[in-house]
Write a protein that binds this ligand. Structure first.
Ligand code: MTE
Ligand code: MO
Length: 323
């Protein structure tokens, strides 16, 4: 795995250093509410340094889900990130995530399963056939990408660990090691980052247990070595760098819901008809690489991010109440 020194990466190519540093101080002083506000639909700084933490090639992948939409370039997928364990700015993870040690890596499977046990990352990657799936990715802040992920349906993993009939939800927990993740020293979120799904959502074939992108193992800043990807939900549901998966009988607490319950619900399905309390969700800015400023094209956001095959999971639910 090629890891560049952080000094090789410009902090930002387009923002003058002084205003970049000021903004950074400003955000850090404000906490999440302010950070989220600044990170809202107006904020686009594609710093686009070189991709920093390129992964290892994964051979023999078959693309099973495609789209005609233009893919977001690798460079943008790997340099415009949310990964608060490395800072609240979009360019922080690409610069700071070299600190993560994705190997060796273990994932502990706990709670209401037949045999709770710890899996090695290599075992997890082999539990089903890895494939490439090109998914739209919609951040709650109003930007979107199209990313060729690598993984297999989370359901294939869940079936093999055999949750008991009492398991109704699954919780994902990210690593929170201050030595590898400087961001967890600040109280911006309640660490570790956790996320959760209802078990039937987790079993939907679109829910991806994800180990890579663009045909390579995940770059650190994208959540190496294993994350989930839930393309019909806002991006923050897709928990990165997972160390624990717990099967439970109650709705688990989640990092953003704990931080701002009126803004981030448990379900967080992409829904253009339910605004965020501080901004509309009707449109998104697609980062598609068709040129620097031109790349930030306005798109209409679609219900469930266009993945209407999940609608049945929510039939009879008031999606304004269960946002
Ligand atoms: N552990 C952890 N997972 C996380 C986040 C985070 O800050 N920490 N950010 C989320 C958000 S808001 C988004 S939009 C996606 C971004 O994934 P990407 O950087 O691979 O595009 O990761 C999600 N998963
Ligand atoms: Mo996000």
């Amino acid at each position: 795995m090629l890891i560049k020194k952080p000094s090789d990466i410009p902090s930002s190519e387009i923002t003058p250093k002084s205003s970049y540093l000021n903004r950074r101080r400003f955000i850090t002083g404000m906490g999440i509410a302010g950070a989220a506000l600044l990170a809202g639909p107006k904020l686009f700084e594609l710093a686009s340094p070189e991709p920093v933490l390129a992964g290892a090639k994964i051979p023999g992948l078959k693309t099973t889900i495609k789209t005609d939409e233009m893919r977001t370039p690798y460079k943008d997928v790997t340099s415009y990130n949310n990964f608060y364990e490395y800072g609240v700015n979009k360019d922080d993870p690409a610069r700071e995530a070299y600190r993560l040690k994705p190997s060796p890596w273990k994932v502990s499977v706990e709670g209401l399963v037949k045999t709770p046990r710890v899996y090695d990352i290599d075992q997890l990657m082999k539990m089903s056939t890895l494939e490439e799936r090109v998914y739209r990715h919609r951040c709650v802040e109003g930007w979107s990408m199209v990313i060729p992920w690598v993984g297999y349906s989370l359901s294939n993993f869940i079936r093999q660990v055999e949750p008991s009939s009492k398991a109704k939800y699954v919780e994902f927990v990210t690593l929170a090691d201050p030595a590898q993740m400087p961001g967890v020293r600040s109280a911006v979120l309640d660490w570790p980052y956790t996320e959760g799904l209802r078990l039937d959502e987790a079993m939907h074939p679109l829910a991806l247990f994800c180990f890579g992108l663009y045909g390579e193992t995940l770059p650190n800043q994208n959540g190496a070595p294993v994350r989930v990807v839930l393309p019909w939900k806002y991006g923050f549901k897709s928990c990165k760098s997972i160390v624990k998966i717990r099967f439970v009988d109650h709705e688990p607490g989640t990092a953003w819901n704990k931080a701002a319950p009126n803004e981030y619900g448990f379900y967080s399905n992409v829904n253009p008809n339910v605004d965020h309390p501080r901004w509309s969700q009707k449109y998104e800015r697609r980062i598609d690489g068709s040129g620097f400023f031109a790349s930030i094209k306005k798109h209409e956001t679609q219900m469930f991010n266009g993945y209407t095959e999940v609608a049945g999971l929510y039939s009879g639910m008031d999606l304004r109440k269960y946002f």
